[in-house]
Design a protein around this ligand. Sequence first.
Ligand code: ADP
Ligand code: ZN
Length: 755
Amino acid sequence: MFVTVALPLPLFRNFTYQVDDALTARARVGMRAVVPFRSRSEIGVIVEVVGAPDGVTAKPVAALPDTEPVLGDELLRLCRWMSEYYIVPLGIAIRSVLPAALGSHADPEPTRRTRRVAAVGVELASLVQRDEVFARARKQRAVYELLESLGGRAPVEHLIEQLKVSPSVLRSMTKRGLVTIEDEVVARDPFAWRAAPSPASHTPSAAQRAAIEALAVAGRGDVALLHGVTGSGKTLVYIELLRRVVLEQGQSAIVLVPEIALTPQTVDRFRAVFGDQIAVLHSALSDGERYDEWLALREGRKRIAVGARSAVFAPLVNLGAIVVDEEHEGSYKQGESPRYHAREVAIMRAANEGAVVVLGSATPSLESWVNATAGKYRLLELPERVGEAALPKVEVVDRREGGKGKREGGSGERDAADWLRMVVSDELEAAIVDRLSKEEQTILLLNRRGYAAFIQCAECGDVATCPNCSISLTYHRAPERLVCHYCQHTEAQRTQCPRCRGVLLRQRGLGTQQVERLLADRFPSARIARMDVDTTSGKWAHTEILDRVGRGEVDILLGTQMIAKGLDFPNVTLVGVVDADVGINLPDFRASERCFQLLSQVAGRAGRGPKGGRVLIQTRVPQHHAVRCAVAHDYRKFVEQELSGRSTPVYPPNVRLANVVFSGTTEAATAHLASSGTTWLHALLRKRPMPGLTIVGPAPCPVERIKNRWRWHVLIKAEHPRDLTRLGRYFLERFPVPKQAQLRVTLDRDPVALL
Ligand code: ADP
Ligand code: ZN
């Protein structure tokens, strides 16, 4: 017996092996096979049973480690589609579908872990108190403040890793009673110990009922776009769909969310209804634990998979529905090969397996909207918020005029009040004061990109940049250091400009840490929480912070984009957007769309309760259509204007796009590769013309260098998706990449960003 095996290697072909008689009884398509490859052994998956190969002798399969196939026919079919559409070897597509534990030889073994956890010992409410306690202990203060921003508890390992302090710092703090340290069993399923909320027993509104009924009669493979404004009760529609599919019809279902840790409330609601039918696949699971959940799903012990993008590959049979919540989110796109989009994979999988798909969003992606209005998807709308709540009043604070908002030039000393005014306008400040006096909550959005603090030489203007990436280093205060947000490169704060040897190094821009400090000075009695990449790399830190907000223990939540996601806190009556324009001018065709989505989503956090809500958007481009339409809650108008803006030059969804990126360790070799690649593509097109296909470039990528690799790119635009598949495949298989300067070519189909 002979079989072909797909191996997780960057080669566009499978390999044929012979199966010894002893193994033939077990060998089947979808089984893992350990096979010799060159001088090593590899684990692949059998994808076909074939006849004896001509002329060559096939090597024998070394072992079949499992008794059952790991990949069912349906998932294998999905892998074949991904391999073709995203132009990746089948073995690479398969690898991304299977749990990581199956990629190694060792038998997967779930693990139980304990960890050391530090907790705040004494509360130090005021800054004055802190200045005293930590007078000569800067590192202790850093630890204390990080711990605090993490909700008062955090793994010791995380603190040490984040702050690069030695364990002795924590020991001294324990001696002083500032922190306590204990052992904690790591929850297998961190959601398991969350108080299960009582199942919501809302009667569906008329609009919700209409959506639920439309889904009940949807055909197999149908896609519905649920366009519901923020707070319109989309979750209830998903739950009713799953109730029917899973509980009544005995089928299975998948719920995709952008990121589990950011959406604890959504997950809680599903858990409240479906209990332990649910497998929550989140990033904090170890490989072994993930494998455990995978088995539970495959064996039908659990029938609902909830998770981020890779949950779309849950090994469920008899699939009835797939929900893609916040379908517009960029995190559904995988950043490495295979660069799949979970929404598109979900639609393909559902079509193959006869399931219904619901794409939900208040701000659908232009792609999905166009498909819905063209009749490819069914459009379901929830135009109003449920209950008493109305959409919040959104106002613009124009930050254009006056020198107050300007930071450039001038070297006079500023006091804290001046700094604060650069971030928070008088209007916004007054609104915050008002909320504090009424004991209502405020959310402040600081867009990270613009609010990264950086260091600039006052004499020559040189900005401290990462040695590996072409972006500026971000200044961190606690502890003081410079960090690259692309590659995590870290260095000590500079004392001298490396270019002109000047010693006047100024900190420009304000980071979230600094803004937090300014707010704490201005509102000493307010309880402030900060949520950004620094406070949240502890796996459950997000959830802990959000729980505190939910319990009313936070007056002001300050954070980056991540606070814009599906939070539902009725006591939040004010949302402030510190700087709406950041990112609007990025060299990326989706910049306006992302800005509109962010503003609409974050505004949607306000006024979800009976007290109503107000949103203040500070901007220097109040006339920009992304800002104007977000203010007016006018999604359709935004789409209309944005779509016409994407016709000259043409961009998705008006055309199909692939981004071909050439990278390497030297600039010259990379530029040369990009230009020869482009010439190659043009030559191919002359030989085999493909009307409706254009090639743009080459040009350096907007971020020219990442992790020491130079980057150039070429865009391929096509009217017909098939042409893109053909050209892309031909190119990746045949274009010769010289073995020098670690040159590499990647192709990103349907890219979500071109940076
Ligand atoms: P969305 O995801 O559309 O922003 P959610 O699903 O989070 O909205 O629902 C917003 C809030 O409204 C939640 O607190 C939810 O429990 C509540 N809710 C949902 N449906 C109803 C209803 N029919 N009547 C009253 N409240 C509802
Ligand atoms: Zn870097």
